[in-house]
Write a new protein. Structure first.
Length: 187
């Protein structure tokens, strides 16, 4: 059963990866780099600050930092535990796929998918009633994570698993944030 799932995952990866072309490689390389998302983060931070003020924004950022550390460390435990080769390092397929970027670390599960989904979930749960169309924040993990398939760095199952873990950790951090807010609010 696991072999069948991994085989389907590889086939889906090959299909999605083959949709790319050299014309768009630079664009996807740009999207996959975290620092290129800084303007997005600045705009997001501005809106958060406008809704919460400086003290609550800093408090929220503390939770985001804890969330990212937690998600990133668990991701690394999974990667080192499963030791699944990235598609670009898989000798069975790496000669027949588009490799735009390489990495020597392991593939399962995607830290990009987990971290972005965790933060998007956490923020969405906090701000869904405060901003119209805040659900659009989920375009960020979708685009950011697809870049990993496009570049030849992750299988779809790596991305999907990262999304699931990210959602779970974002939801868990939201619950902790709510508990902390209730504890710190005047009675």
């Amino acid at each position: 059963m696991l072999e069948k799932i991994l085989s389907l995952d590889t086939q889906l990866f090959i299909y999605l990866n083959s949709l790319g072309s050299e014309t768009y490689d630079g664009f996807w390389l740009l999207l996959t780099k975290q620092t290129n998302w800084i303007p997005f983060f600045v705009v997001l931070l501005y809106f958060v600050f406008k809704k919460l003020g400086i003290k609550q924004t800093l408090y929220l950022l503390l939770f985001v930092a804890i969330l990212l550390v937690f998600t990133d460390q668990i991701t690394n435990l999974f990667k080192n535990g499963f030791q699944r080769l990235r598609p670009c390092n898989n000798l069975e397929i790496n000669t027949s796929i588009r490799i735009v970027k390489s990495s020597v670390s392991y593939s399962f599960f995607s830290g990009h998918a987990a971290n972005t989904m965790a933060v998007a979930t956490f923020l969405y749960l906090i701000f869904r009633d405060k901003f119209r169309r805040f659900g659009l924040i989920f375009l960020w993990p979708l685009i950011f994570s697809y870049s990993r398939i496009y570049l030849g760095l992750h299988y779809p199952l790596d991305i999907f698993s990262g999304y699931l873990f990210g959602y779970f950790s974002g939801y868990l951090m939201f619950k902790l944030y709510q508990m902390a807010q209730k504890r710190n609010s005047p009675a």
